[in-house]
Ligand binder design. Structure first.
Ligand code: SF4
Length: 295
């Protein structure tokens, strides 16, 4: 991954999108050093955190939390929900025992869990409820930013909308910013303010949500959008779908030039030789593609 700059205004949501293996989860986890970068520098809130010790990272971990994809494996099966939440508060030296308990109960209520759930173990909950516990755990340190790493992809479709609505509601109440990681653009449209499309560890396009849906520029983004089914069966049957040919290469064997060139229907000789740089094609709309006026 190279030169990825994420600016997230307070209370907004940036969506990182791309198919499996594009590097979006790696980016999210590297940002708070759950994964260590092999080279380069990580700057968070204008501070270089690349070489901070565990102790020095603690304030950042309090301020930036993460909700994982699989709510079951991300929760300790031997820990009761209440203990889980109180542990986070203890790690960050928030309140005394009684205050931690009161705060844990407040957060549980905020995510739709009942007081009696305090003493239950993760296996006693449904998938959707377990993800609510994951969200409660992330909220307990009162962060300003939450990285939501595919938090709905392991859930039933019927539960996905409930979790998205809950995240939206929390954002409205607490002004939290989100980095939302997802592999398709369909489900998360209404939670995103800005979208960043990734392919093989590189950013292909960044634009405000509506702009990207209405006027996408990059051929890869256009293919992702085209794959979203339309609810109306008549329109769905007659619409043209742009399919991308070929296999996604390994991120370790990224093609020369444009990383998308071996699958792009508009590829030219230049695309095979020269890597397009991300540039502002229209105000606030960035794209890495030779088709859009880059010198
Ligand atoms: Fe396609 Fe060339 Fe644009 Fe890459 S730079 S997306 S290969 S047109």
């Amino acid at each position: 991954m190279k030169n990825i700059d994420l600016t997230i205004p307070d209370g907004q949501c940036v969506l990182l999108c791309g198919r499996s293996g594009c590097g979006k989860s790696t980016l999210g986890r590297t940002l708070i050093r759950l994964l260590e970068p092999t080279s380069g520098k990580i700057t968070l809130f204008d501070q270089d955190i690349t070489h901070l010790s565990k102790k020095e990272m603690l304030p950042f971990r309090r301020d930036v939390q993460i909700v994982f994809q699989d709510p079951y494996t991300s929760l300790n099966p031997r820990q009761r929900v209440g203990d889980m939440l109180m542990e986070v508060l203890a790690i960050h030296h928030i309140g005394d025992k009684n205050e931690r308990m009161a705060r844990a109960l407040d957060i549980m209520a905020q995510v739709g869990l009942r007081p009696e759930h305090f003493y239950r173990y993760p296996h006693e909950f449904s998938g959707g409820q377990r993800q609510r516990i994951g969200i409660a755990r992330a909220l307990s340190s009162n962060p300003s930013l939450i990285i939501c790493d595919e938090p709905i992809s392991a859930l039933d479709v019927s539960i996905q909308a409930q979790i998205i609505n809950l995240l939206e509601q929390i954002q409205a109440e607490m002004g939290i910013s989100y980095i939302f990681i997802a592999h398709d653009l369909a489900v998360v449209k209404h939670i995103s303010d800005r979208i960043l499309v990734m392919y093989l560890g590189r950013v292909m396009e960044i634009a405000p949500c509506e702009e990207l849906y209405e006027h996408s520029l990059h051929p890869y983004t256009q293919a992702l959008l085209s794959a979203i089914p339309v609810a109306d069966p008549e329109i769905e049957e007659n619409r043209e779908v742009t399919t991308v040919q070929g296999e996604v290469p390994s991120i370790l064997k990224r093609p020369s030039g444009c990383p998308f060139h071996n699958r792009c229907p508009q590829c030219t000789e230049r695309c095979k030789q020269e890597t397009p740089q991300l540039h502002e094609a229209f105000p606030g709309h960035f794209v890495a593609c030779h088709l859009y006026g880059q010198e």
